[in-house]
Write a protein that binds this ligand. Sequence first.
Ligand code: FES
Ligand code: FES
Length: 173
Amino acid sequence: MTTIVVNGARREIQASDDTPLLYVLRNDLHLTGPQFGCGMMQCGACSVLLEGKEIRSCVTPVSAAVGKEVTTLEGLPARWAKQKNLSPADAASALHPVQQAWIEEQTPLCGFCQNGMMIKATELLEHTTAPSVAEIKAAFTTSGPSAHLCRCGSYTAIIEAVQRAATVMAKAS
Ligand code: FES
Ligand code: FES
């Protein structure tokens, strides 16, 4: 039995130490935000936050998450509510500003890559409140083990959504 903390809740799972975290999240915990794209750390579709840092869950063994906090796309609203001390009523109805911006900019096309894009945007904006376009591009291309890939070509909309989310998050700080 392994215990990990996912989206603020302790979860007990039956998995060998080398099971990819992605498999545990999707198959055991039914958190289907993270996607299986390449399975080789080459696309970013499987991204989650581990202690606030974006990682590729397809190649991260579940043992690496023990004793640390995992946040998936599903956990972003609660993460934001906790950071901002929102009341329970507000927290229940609030999306994370990144998610809200993605909706308002109509960013997704097929949507498959967008989990990783929103996770990466959240990581970026938690550390850089007003990123330049160059900083946004760098976050999605050279900051991690590989670029975040979108086969539909939504890159321009992603930059605009990050800028929109940055504005909202700066006002709330
Ligand atoms: S599925 Fe993990 S990086 Fe592609
Ligand atoms: S929206 Fe289709 S792969 Fe990115």
